[in-house]
Write a protein of this length. Structure first.
Length: 400
């Protein structure tokens, strides 16, 4: 079991800045497809799958699969669509991907759109990889996802879904896990709304079966999320300001957490969703520190616990010269947990100086594009240099 002093290593070890390219759409290539690629047949299959999913017809979706596993996964996609209330679903063939295998199987990039009605107010737009293969003389779908594209969890096979008024969870796992995650998400929305009462909710949490599943969902390199409990990012990986953002959980790090640590993680990430943090221009110390301020504000923990890592670092190497930078928040960076704690202490200090309402107003002003120095003076009466001096003094006097 993870001890209380250790859970913050994982709980605050969350990464929001996922710098990936925008999702792009391409017109189908001119000319004939490569030998062995049946673009016409694939387009017809995608049309059939689109109809089956839109009609919530698992049997029709299953008939399009090549194997028992493929049929189970495709039927699961149709059932997922019902539970998730998928709307505006479409599939469009873009181009083939890679060579045709000896058994005649090949893959294509497929432009996909959808939204989760009631949660995503704008369409998700993503290219996914679809594998096709001949089956008894007819072309069928062998699988969705993988390759060099993101693999949406709900399109990859059956998931457990719990939908509430203000939160929804998708879990590749058993019923007990989805019930537990739904409770965490529900409480996270309530905790965020205590600080941000104007947020209506709309939290979507996705939990793959493994860290490898997380890598597939986000098209991340192997090991990118080692030690990371959860990440908030736009579904398509873009930096578009209004692109829908979801929370993606790394089960191998998250599941061993005790309940309090798990709640801190989900509330932290829910704050990122509420503030569209994955596309925010605000400095990362403010983005991450504010999320921890909201998450830890709901807990009753001593500073010696919530700031244990930065306390140890200060005693070992001295007080940092500056507020933490984006480079210091990269996954795998030494003393990452201490940087999160130091950012939280910065936001906590601002709230002590000017109150929570002014901290929220300052965050929103900078998030909207305002410059840090004038906005800090506006809400707190001092600038960054004076504030950094206060923050360094605070760090130097933390309890051992």
């Amino acid at each position: 079991m993870v001890g209380l002093s250790l859970f913050l290593v994982l709980a605050v070890g969350v990464v929001v800045w996922l710098s990936t390219r925008d999702s792009t759409y391409q017109a189908p290539l001119d000319g004939r497809p490569p030998p062995g690629v049946d673009q016409t047949g694939a387009t017809a299959l995608l049309d059939d799958l689109q109809r089956a999913v839109s009609r919530r017809d698992p049997a029709a979706a299953a008939r399009l699969g090549t194997s028992s596993d493929a049929r189970t996964d495709l039927a699961g996609v149709a059932r997922n669509a019902r539970s998730l209330r998928v709307a505006d679903f479409s599939l469009r063939y873009v181009d083939s991907s890679g060579a045709v295998a000896k058994d005649g199987a090949w893959s294509a990039h497929v432009a996909t759109t959808w939204r989760f009605a009631g949660f995503d107010d704008r369409l998700e737009r993503l290219e996914v990889r679809v594998k096709f293969a001949p089956d008894h003389g007819r072309l069928r779908i062998a699988g969705i996802g993988g390759g060099d594209r993101r693999s949406p969890l709900w399109l990859s096979g059956p998931v457990q879904v719990r939908r509430g008024v203000h939160s929804m969870v998708l879990v590749d796992g058993d019923a007990a896990r989805v019930v537990a995650m739904a409770g965490l998400a529900r409480r996270a929305v309530a905790q965020v709304r205590r600080v941000l009462p104007n947020w209506r909710g709309g939290l979507v949490v996705e939990v793959p079966a493994s860290e490898r599943g997380l890598d597939r969902a986000l098209h991340a390199r192997h090991g990118q999320y080692d030690g990371i409990a959860a990440v908030t990012t736009t579904v398509d990986g873009s930096r578009a300001r209004r692109a829908p953002s979801h929370v993606f959980v790394n089960p191998e790090v998250f599941l061993p957490l005790k309940p309090r640590g798990a709640q801190v993680v989900i509330t932290h990430e829910a704050t990122h969703v509420a503030t569209r943090a994955s596309t925010s221009p605000a400095p990362i110390w403010l983005v991450e520190g504010f999320a921890d301020y909201v998450a830890l504000n709901a807990q009753r923990l001593p500073v010696s616990t919530t700031a244990a890592r930065i306390i140890a670092l200060v005693h070992r190497t001295g007080v940092p010269e500056h507020l933490p930078t984006r480079e210091e928040f990269e996954a795998g960076t030494p003393q990452l947990e201490a940087r999160y704690e130091s950012a939280w202490l910065a936001c906590r200090l601002l709230a002590q100086d000017g109150g929570t309402a002014n901290l929220v107003a300052f965050y929103e002003a900078v998030d909207a594009g305002g410059r840090v120095a004038p906005e800090m003076r506006r809400y707190f009466g001092f600038g960054p240099a004076s504030f950094t001096k206060q923050w360094r003094t605070l760090l130097s006097h933390l309890p051992a």
